[in-house]
Ligand binder design. Structure first.
Ligand code: ZN
Length: 210
């Protein structure tokens, strides 16, 4: 079986042994492997917001192939997949879980070897959440973040208690009413705040724009 035929078989979903699959993946053009990695990363869910994939959240910044030794004992350089992630905020405890989940998904899809590089600058912003990601958040019952106000923006989000007494009206993700009130600046995770809808009386979380 030629490598091209193997690659075709792999695309058609025909089950192959691990070695044959590796050969098939190796035979694919580089863009094919990177494109497939992007597709796989679209299925890796964020542990804190499981309605969204890490792609929807915009934390996957880059996927590329790098030529380097996979292990020190290798005779020839191999082609590693490098996944560049920007955590939602520095020190987010979910980052390590996300790294492991991404690598597991890539390796399970036969696209490895792969490694993750963390890129902390520029800092992640909710503006990087895709439009489909915002729609998924809303369907999940979380009010999506609005656009970040750059003129009012400061990198650190340390505000004194009570400083933000009149936050902008947030639409209820269930009934779209703007008659909502903020109950708490922090929801289940630090990136969300807790609201209540005065129309349908349901509580909901709002993903804060940062
Ligand atoms: Zn409502």
């Amino acid at each position: 079986m030629s490598l091209v035929a193997l690659a075709g078989a792999a695309r058609a979903g025909i089950e192959l042994s691990g070695i044959a699959l590796d050969a098939a993946v190796a035979a694919l053009p580089p863009h094919g492997r990177v494109a497939r990695a992007w597709a796989v990363l679209g299925t890796v869910l964020d542990p804190e917001v499981p309605a969204l994939s890490v792609r929807d959240l915009g934390i996957v910044r880059e996927v590329r192939e790098v030529r380097e030794l996979v292990t020190p004992s290798d005779d020839a350089p191999g082609s590693q997949l490098e996944i560049v992630l920007t955590p939602t905020y520095s020190g987010c405890p979910a980052t390590e879980v996300i790294e492991q989940d991404c690598l597991l998904a890539i390796n399970t899809a036969g696209l490895g070897p792969a490694r993750v590089t963390l890129r902390r600058a520029p800092a992640w912003t909710t503006d990087w959440i895709s439009e489909s990601g915002k729609a998924k958040l809303s369907a999940y019952g979380i009010a999506p973040p609005g656009p970040v106000d750059l003129s009012a923006g400061v990198p650190m989000r340390i505000v004194r208690r009570g400083a933000d007494r009149n936050p902008p009206a947030i639409a209820c993700p269930r009934c779209a009413s703007l008659q909502t009130e903020r109950l708490s600046a922090f929801g289940a995770t630090a990136c969300k705040s807790l609201y209540r809808c005065l129309t349908c009386r349901e509580p909901f979380e709002h993903f804060k724009p940062i």
